[in-house]
Design a protein around this ligand. Structure first.
Ligand SMILES: *[C@@H]1O[C@H](CO)[C@@H](O)[C@H](O)[C@H]1NC(C)=O
Ligand SMILES: *[C@@H]1O[C@H](CO)[C@@H](O)[C@H](O)[C@H]1NC(C)=O
Length: 372
């Protein structure tokens, strides 16, 4: 190693050191502000792989990720069925809200205690979507079935703590929904099944109709605080870049045409949520709907990776990074040496590090729910 090399490594060492200090400082701030947060009674999550902690382990589907290298950076390196190397944003949220749990477990885990059910679980299933056809392609848990599971969960709580306490508990719980990407990317763009029956605008409206139906279902079960996440920039997903770039290996950047479809959908979604909220305001006390932006935080990381310590934004860490996800990212895949430098873990899903930044971006919403 020459002198310039050792200077260079000294410099990067100091940089790493400074970064570590900053991270610790940040972690302290987060921990401190969460200390008195006990105003959420429980946290219930619905949707797709972005929030599935391993429900698919318990069903017959090829959409699984309960094998290495998934979970490589999860506590104890367990491949839990989360489609990432580390934790999901919803795990960070659960731990932040002072519910006394470090991660959010999958509802289908047969060993959950009543305490775990009360403080929160995820009903989400990787590969699912708002379009009822989407989970039939992937053979996973439809979103309406996830609502049925929530009703079952409610009955289990009622048996233990009674009907009234369960109702009060649900009123003070936070609900979180994240889906839509599989409907567009898998169902509409890649396969393309629904493209034959719907124009893009009609499909967006069709999906939003289903989002509203699902929210309605939660409201009927007593939910009063519901967060609905938007969709990410589709054109930046490594798989979409791979499938749609003329020169996939040399020129990899986001496809603006696909990302603008995500933006349009998010706009439409926010508009509909706003209209729904106006109606809900007539109820006393009014249930609250919140929109969580995923697009902005991810696009931010992709546009200014250095600011977040990333240096690879257009391919995943697992395998070639161009096409692998789920069973294609497996024990025999190459894995990049430092996933924390990658925005994407596989060709579709963010790394734990990227999920952490998405969580940080959602904090204002989480805080306003806690303080409401
Ligand atoms: C559930 O608990 C039983 C008994 O403690 C154990 O044998 C089993 O492996 C557990 N199952 C899961 C999915 O953790
Ligand atoms: C988006 O642009 C890419 C690359 O120019 C093209 O291959 C693809 O067909 C376009 N897709 C849509 C939906 O416009």
């Amino acid at each position: 190693m020459g002198t310039s090399d050792s200077h260079y490594s000294l410099l990067s060492l100091s940089l790493i050191f400074i970064l570590l200090i900053m991270l610790c400082f940040k972690a302290n701030v987060v921990a401190a502000s969460a200390l008195n947060n006990n105003k959420i009674s429980g946290f219930y999550v619905f949707g797709d792989s972005t929030v599935d902690p391993g429900n698919n382990n318990y069903i017959k589907t090829t959409f699984k990720s309960n094998f290495p290298p998934y979970g490589r950076d999860f506590p104890n390196q367990v491949p839990t069925g989360r489609f990432t190397n580390g934790m999901l944003s919803t795990d960070y949220i659960a731990s932040y809200t002072g519910l006394k749990k470090e991660v959010l477990p999958p509802y289908l885990d047969p060993n959950l205690s009543t305490q775990e059910l009360m403080t929160g679980v995820s009903f989400a299933s990787a590969g699912s979507g708002f379009d009822p056809l989407t989970p039939t392609i992937t053979n996973v848990i439809p979103i309406e079935k996830q609502l049925e599971y929530f009703k079952e969960c409610k009955r289990k709580m009622e048996v233990v703590v009674g009907k009234e306490r369960t109702e009060n508990h649900i009123k003070k719980a936070a609900f979180f929904i994240s889906a839509g990407t599989n409907d567009f990317v898998l169902n509409y763009f890649i396969l393309p099944i629904q493209r034959k029956s719907f124009t893009l605008l009609a499909y967006q409206q069709f999906l939003i109709q289903h989002v509203k139906q699902f929210i309605q279902g939660l409201l009927e079960e007593g939910a009063e605080r519901i967060v609905i996440a938007g969709v990410p920039p589709f054109g930046c997903l490594p798989m979409m870049i791979t499938l749609n770039s003329p020169n996939t290996f040399l020129q990899r950047h986001c496809l603006t045409n696909y990302s603008s479809i995500a933006r349009d959908y998010n706009q439409l979604l926010q508009h509909e949520l706003h209209l729904m909220q106006l109606n809900l305001n007539l109820i006393n006390p009014p249930p609250k709907l919140y929109y969580a932006d995923i697009y902005g935080p991810l696009a931010g990381m992709i546009q200014a990776p250095q600011q977040f310590g990333f240096d690879e934004v257009s391919s995943g860490c697992c395998g070639s990074g161009l096409i692998e996800a789920s069973f294609l990212c497996n024990k025999i895949s190459n894995v990049c040496t430092d996933p924390s430098k990658y925005v994407f873990w596989d060709s579709i899903h963010p790394t734990g590090r990227a999920y952490y930044h998405i969580f940080m971006a959602s904090l204002p919403i989480i805080d306003s729910i806690i303080n409401s």
